[in-house]
Write a protein that binds this ligand. Structure first.
Ligand code: C2E
Ligand code: MG
Ligand code: MG
Length: 723
């Protein structure tokens, strides 16, 4: 079956047709042949019966007469019938009476006592047994056997004819099949070829020839229609494909971009996360650890120190007067300074120490490995020296200092917050010591720190509550003993805290910035009073106002002073500014310009407390000041202290060489007065002449005549000094 299906259609059609024609022919010929053979047998039987009937009367006589010879002779007649092989005559009792055999048949081949029954079809002979009956009387029977040579000849003829017809018909069938096959397979082959071409080259424009109304034609038509349809679909598909490709390219591009953006976002997110983690534990400005990290490390180190029975130190520090620098020179300058300080602090410590910025100008250092408390003192000293090195920014030189408070574990506390608080407290002690110093914590410090904070809170409300007043201390000429001016000095008295001396509240005011509004109030009050005294004829006395460096660093100080003069109507010549030297000047150039301007409009200028704090000889030449006030610390011990005396006389002659007036403050004794007079000091101020007076008392003094005034002043001088 598999072999049949693998045959070509042509072979199948040809084979089927030939097989069909063979079967039809063979069947037809076989039927014809069998019919003919049957007819032949019938005719042979008739012939043999006829022969027996012809011979019957003669043989009946011979039988009656029992004449075998006659009977044999009669039978010899059969030799004229070559197809008869043998014959036998049987008497009525069934005995073989006479016998005939064709010459070429050997004896015994044909049975003598044949039954006469019909032999099968496939035997090569044919027998009959006919009774010999004459006039209705049976005389015996006759058996005749014939060969089938005639039939054999007929069969050969049939075979030849059949073969010839078969050959002829096969040739004819083959020719028809070939023709028929071409009709069917040619279009199929064309379709197949076209389909192969389409499959190979996707050429859907291909059309197969041979459309018609028959089945094949309709098949080709349908195929061509299908091709057209496919071509349309294909071009639509191609268009769709192009659109799809474009879409895919677009999407791929979008996807790539999205991926890139995702990668960037991811990277950013990771960086941001890292940054956030970093920021959580670091200070953004200086990159130092922040309070959180320091607290973490402190807790760990405290646990460690507790286990190991060791000491550790906390150093709390801030920059002295950083607020002034920051407010006057700007925040970016302040930031730069903080970075430099941070770097310097790091250079002062070891790897296992931690320096953290807590915010603003506050830093904290953890020293986890100290053997004795003095180790922390040594580090503090190193820090103080390092920070105080001159900083140069954009050609501007700046000196900052730091004050360091130290607390030691376990003696100053065992909890981290207690240690930090105590280090903070001791820092204020260091500031009280004059700044640029360090201090170890002692138990009595707590109260001082609380008081300081308390004071700052009170001061904030003191201006509105009118708790401040001004007192005026006369300045007296050493030549004339006349009052040449007064210095306005601030006083503060609160209902709760009582009188607070300027030495306590002025540094806090400077530190906190409260000195700005406070200084403004002093300036306005002093100018208003001096103007009134002048206007009302009480006295034209020059009033000196203390101005801290913090105030001078404000850009608007010049315009504020001019405004105040305008408002109060005070002549510029009746105002003097005492510039306190306790603070370092930040912007020396702009201060110099402001002072030059004020000088030019007639305002007097003095340098106060000369010889202490940040006094710099350089300022004297740059600021072109009118007066120089020698600090009372030099006056206190003259004339018995030769060093102070030498300093005082040197300062007086230096000032004179620079064209400045010299004032000595805090003059309490005649000896001091004498020394100063001998050394050519121009003016003196101090309790020897007058303590600072309230405005009312000063007015009373001014109202007295100048002689009276000299008297009052001279009265203050002890009798022995007058002689
Ligand atoms: P200063 O400007 O040097 O003022 C002189 C100080 O010496 C005043 O102290 C005054 O009371 C004190 N004094 C006067 N005569 C004597 C004396 O014979 N012996 C002694 N031992 N002291 C005498 P006070 O009023 O306590 O002021 C202290 C400092 O506070 C002032 O020193 C000044 O620097 C500052 N200050 C006072 N008022 C103001 C102000 O309105 N503004 C500013 N910025 N600072 C002020
Ligand atoms: Mg003063
Ligand atoms: Mg002074």
């Amino acid at each position: 079956m598999a072999r049949f299906s693998s045959l070509s259609l042509q072979q199948k059609i040809t084979g089927m047709m030939m097989l069909t024609s063979i079967i039809v022919l063979v069947l037809t010929c076989t039927v014809l042949m069998l019919n003919d053979i049957s007819n032949l047998r019938k005719s042979l039987r008739t012939d043999l019966i006829t022969v027996s009937q012809i011979l019957g009367p003669n043989i009946a006589a011979a039988l009656t007469l029992n004449d075998t010879a006659t009977a044999v002779q009669t039978l010899s007649f059969l030799s004229s019938q070559p197809h008869i092989l043998a014959a036998t005559i049987y008497s009525p009792d069934g005995r073989a009476f006479a016998h005939y055999l064709r010459d070429d048949i050997p004896d015994g081949t044909v049975p003598i006592n044949a039954t006469g029954e019909s032999v099968p079809l496939w035997d090569d002979h044919f027998d009959i047994m006919e009774p010999i009956v004459i006039d209705g009387q049976k005389y015996g029977a006759m058996y005749i056997r014939s060969d089938l040579m005639v039939m054999k000849a007929r069969l050969i003829w049939y075979g030849v004819v059949l073969l010839s017809i078969l050959m002829g018909s096969l040739i004819l069938v083959y020719a028809i099949a070939s023709k028929l096959q071409r009709l069917v397979t040619d279009p199929i082959l064309r379709l197949s070829k076209a389909a192969t071409e389409v499959a190979k080259n996707n050429n859907y424009a291909l059309q197969v020839a041979g459309e018609g109304s028959d089945e094949i034609g309709r098949l080709i038509g349908t195929f061509n229609k299908m091709m057209n349809e496919i071509q349309i679909r294909d071009s639509e598909l191609a268009q769709q494909h192009v659109i799809l490709e474009e879409n895919i390219a677009e999407r791929t591009h979008a996807l790539k971009t999205a991926n890139q953006q995702l990668a960037i976002s991811k990277e950013r997110a990771e960086t941001a996360a890292k940054r956030m983690t970093w920021q959580a534990y670091h200070d953004a400005l200086t990159d130092l650890p922040n309070r959180t990290m320091l607290n973490d490390r402190l807790d760990i180190e405290l646990a460690h120190a507790s286990r190991e029975k060791k000491q550790l130190a906390i150093l709390f520090l801030d920059l002295d007067r950083f607020k002034i620098i920051n407010d006057s020179l700007g925040h970016s300058f302040g930031d730069q300074l903080l970075r430099v300080v941070a770097q310097r602090l790091q250079n002062c410590i070891r790897d296992d120490d931690t320096v953290a910025r807590l915010g603003g100008d506050e830093f904290m250092i953890l020293l986890p490995n100290i053997s004795v408390a003095e180790d922390a003192g040594r580090v503090a000293k190193k820090i103080i020296e390092s920070v105080s090195q001159t900083v140069v920014f954009e050609d501007q030189e700046l000196n900052v200092t730091t004050s360091v408070g130290i607390a030691i574990y376990p003696e100053d506390g065992s909890a981290s917050d207690v240690l930090i608080k105590n280090a903070d407290t001791s820092m204020y002690r260091a500031k009280d010591k004059g700044r640029n110093a360090y201090a170890f914590y002692t138990a009595d410090m707590d109260q001082a720190a609380i008081n300081r904070l308390n004071l700052e809170q009170h001061m904030r409300k003191a201006i509105e509550k009118n708790e401040f007043t001004l007192v005026y201390q006369p300045k007296v000429s050493t030549k004339t003993h006349q009052m040449v001016g007064v210095e306005a000095l601030l006083r503060w008295e609160t209902a709760e805290l009582g009188v607070i001396p300027p030495s306590e509240f002025i540094p806090i005011a400077e530190e906190s910035g409260l000195i700005i509004p406070l200084g403004e109030w002093v300036l306005k009050t002093a100018c208003r009073n001096a103007s009134r005294w002048h206007r009302d004829g009480i006295g034209s006395v020059r009033v000196a106002v203390n101005v801290s460096a913090r105030q001078l660093d404000q850009d608007y100080i010049g315009s504020l002073i001019e405004e105040t003069l305008d408002e109060s109507g005070l002549q510029p010549g009746l105002l003097e500014l005492e510039i306190t030297e306790s603070l370092a000047m930040n912007d020396v150039e702009s201060t110099a310009a402001t002072l030059r301007h004020l000088n030019a409009i007639g305002i007097h200028t003095s340098i106060d407390d000369f010889g202490t704090g940040y006094s710099s000889l350089n300022y004297l030449t740059r600021f072109k000041l009118d007066n120089l006030k020698i600090d009372l610390s030099f006056i206190r011990n003259i004339p018995h202290n030769p060093d102070d005396s030498a300093m005082a006389s040197a300062i007086i002659s230096l000032a004179h060489k620079l064209g400045m007036n010299v004032i000595a403050e805090g003059v309490e004794t005649l000896a001091q007065l004498e020394f100063l007079t001998e050394n050519d000091c121009d003016e003196v101020q101090g309790e020897l002449f007058s303590e600072p007076l309230s405005a009312a008392k000063l007015e009373a003094l001014l109202n007295s005549s100048s002689d009276q005034m000299i008297e009052i002043i001279t009265d203050a001088i002890p009798e022995q000094a007058k002689q």
